[in-house]
Design a protein around this ligand. Structure first.
Ligand SMILES: [Zn+2]
Length: 415
């Protein structure tokens, strides 16, 4: 049963217009453009004759009702928000694919013994409140007081924004009751990597999401005049920092090779102070982002890194402080949902592979409270979180058909 590629294309083209005009493609959660995109989605829901609601966590939902008033549900969807200067497919592909599936069901009068709930999960991207996946964290009961009371740089309190968009923060804090009735959750997403493209594989079935952790290293030096302080009299904070950047990269390559599972480490933020051409740096701060499947390797890596910190501190005779910032644990995707996806891909003769996700996604939170998994489709040259981000409409269509067939398989097993 084909889903409509022209409908997918039309939706992508309409959504790409809803961006901050001077910095495409930017649609930050709670912004004017985000609300426009939500209105657009609500209109699509109306056209497909879906019931529309916003849940307590501020997720926008269109419901394709079961024929028999069943309370059982299958959840599909992704997110409409983007990062600043983001792309036209991250999140959007999953929302549009879900619309195309439901449109097909509606047009072909497919009767299902469960509701399909089609979600725009609220605010998946990391935002100014310093958190990602607002909507799915809320659903799973992980939005506590500390999160809800966070303020962004404009002083807006997160819980107020959730309520303004139609949610009810007062009712958050525990897992939603609906999970008692959820049979499966599916999400289609662009891969944001190049494994599918390089392997000429059409569908990636996600096995797991990695342990994600962030760590901060502060290296201390002594500020002094860059013209008058002789080389051997210096305490330059940038030197141990530079050594650490190289050490982290080398060590991560070793673990990545040894593990043969996802293992990446990045020093994406490196600040030196006072950051002036005429002053020897007195402080260098590195922020390390670590995404790893194998926790043992992660712990081992960190032990090695801490030893190197000690060694460099002695060698340069400078103070270096290592601090863990955040840990979010590894999650396995549901094997039940992955079996559905696998047999669906086989049935339709699509090539597929199982893979670990490098990024976190809404499905990571859903999978902690329900049977959930996701599929990846190829994305051009692996580029994502940038305006060049691109996925072929045909690939979104194929992915949609894999999820559609999985939903129909659930139906045939129930009737
Ligand atoms: Zn995304």
């Amino acid at each position: 049963m084909n889903v409509s590629s022209s409908y997918i294309k039309k939706c992508i083209l309409e959504l790409e217009e809803l961006t901050e005009k001077d910095r495409p493609y930017t649609r930050l959660v709670f912004s004017k453009e985000f609300k426009e995109a939500r209105n657009w989605l609500a209109n699509q829901f109306k056209n497909l004759d879906l019931d529309i609601k916003i849940d307590n966590a501020g997720n926008l939902i269109g419901i394709y009702k079961s024929f028999n008033k069943s309370s059982k549900k299958v959840l599909i969807g992704s997110h409409l928000d983007t990062v600043p200067f983001g792309g036209r497919f991250d999140g959007i592909a999953g929302v549009v694919s879900s619309l195309a599936i439901v449109k097909n069901f509606r047009e072909k009068n497919i009767e299902l013994p469960f509701d399909i709930e089609l979600y725009d999960y609220l605010g998946e991207e990391l935002n100014d409140w310093g958190m990602s996946c607002i909507g799915t964290r809320g659903m799973a009961g992980f939005l506590d007081e500390e999160f809800l009371n966070r303020k962004d740089s404009l002083g807006r309190v997160l819980k107020d924004e959730i309520n303004k968009i139609g949610g009810k923060y007062q009712s958050l804090g525990k897992k939603f009751d609906l999970f008692e009735d959820v049979i499966a959750c599916f999400e289609l997403h662009i891969e944001q990597g190049i494994r599918l493209q390089n392997g000429k594989v059409e569908i990636g079935i996600v096995k797991s999401m990695p342990n994600i952790s962030r760590h901060k290293i502060s290296v201390f030096g002594q500020a002094s005049h860059s013209g008058t302080t002789l080389m051997h009299d210096r305490k330059d904070a940038s030197l141990p920092a530079a050594d650490l950047v190289i050490f982290i990269n080398k060590l991560a390559k070793e673990y990545s090779k040894k593990d043969n599972r996802h293992f990446v480490a990045t020093v994406g933020k490196l600040d030196i102070s006072p950051n002036s051409a005429t002053i020897i740096p007195s402080l260098a701060e590195l922020l390390i982002d670590l995404r790893v499947v194998n926790k043992g390797s992660r712990d081992d890596f960190l032990k090695n890194l801490k030893n190197e910190v000690k060694r460099l501190s002695n060698f340069y005779d400078q103070k270096i402080i290592f601090k863990d910032i955040v840990f979010s644990p590894y999650v396995e995707m549901s094997s039940y949902v992955n079996e559905l996806l696998e047999s669906s891909a086989k049935k339709q003769n699509f090539s597929f592979m199982f893979m670990d996700s490098g990024a976190g996604h809404d499905t990571a939170h859903l999978s902690k409270v329900s049977p959930a998994s996701m599929i990846f489709i190829p994305c051009k040259d692996g580029l994502s979180h940038c305006p060049e981000e691109h996925a072929e409409i045909q690939d979104i269509k194929k992915g949609s058909e894999v999820i559609q067939q999985s939903i129909l398989s659930i139906k045939s097993k129930m009737i």
